[in-house]
Design a protein around this ligand. Sequence first.
Ligand code: PBG
Length: 328
Amino acid sequence: MTFPNKRPRRLRKNSKIRSLVASNSLRVEGLVQPIFIREGINEPQKIESMPGIFAYPLEDLCSAVEMCLKKGIGTVALFATPEKKDSFGSEATNEEGILNKSVKLVKDKFQEDIVVLADLCLDEFTSHGHCGITRDGSSKIDNDLTLVRYAETAKCLGRSGADFVAPSGMMDGQVGVVRAALDEEGLIDCGIFAYSVKFASSLYGPFREAVSVDLKGGNRSTYQQDFRRSWHESLDEVYEDVAQGADIVMVKPASTNLDLVARIREKVNVPLACYQVSGEYSMIVAASEKGWIDREGVIIESVHSIFRAGADIVVTYFASDIAEGLNG
Ligand code: PBG
């Protein structure tokens, strides 16, 4: 019998040694908490498919943000749903619309204590639920018409005080158009947090309940990526966004794309974010509610693995839970 001379278990002998050699840690400062705001409600509303997550009326937004701040979260991503939706997504460019008002409210109150990412997309605002708009009578999302809407939306959000706009619609050329629009307004300090790699995923289901999107007329497969493609396409999307002026690039969803996070981290020099999306949240919560998995354990393990893959920033609905756990 030969006994091993390599013994990795030495480094696992006790918790102090394990911590000594743990080369990754969860950075609370690198976590982003998404927050939903809904027009036309009077009190926070439960999102059934995301237990523990609420849609807030504007009146309660600041206390929701304050709770995050108290726990040590420094960045929020705001998603807002208007009462009135139309085929053009008009409320996206209403300076007094729910998203612009939300951004303004939070930035006026908390100023530099909080970093605000504003979702720059139309799906929360369109009656058909698509991320872009169509030419009359067609059900085809028109890339370049949509870019014109994104440019206007970016200017509004920038003027409202967003630190970053987050174009998430996967239209070709969106980052360049948004950069030019912001610069034209003199909003040179408003950054672009780009959803660069974003798949047409079945993991966004609960989010659509959260923002009341009823996707009429199919799916998003003509603009979001096909997960069967090779990683080359994703790298291309990232290179293109960086060239067009993205300050931060993002991969989404997380758990199904950690290979891409690792590859991209090696190839680009801008900060890399990764979004643990609504379906990933709900799977963990549902299984733990059944007593099948340990909630805290799976949360920490899943988010750790995203950082280990190479993400500098993780957007997750668990952000404030994690911060509370680590700080308390
Ligand atoms: C589009 C957008 C979506 C998500 C973030 N931005 C929905 C979609 O593309 O269908 C999904 C996030 C999640 O599932 O948590 N505005």
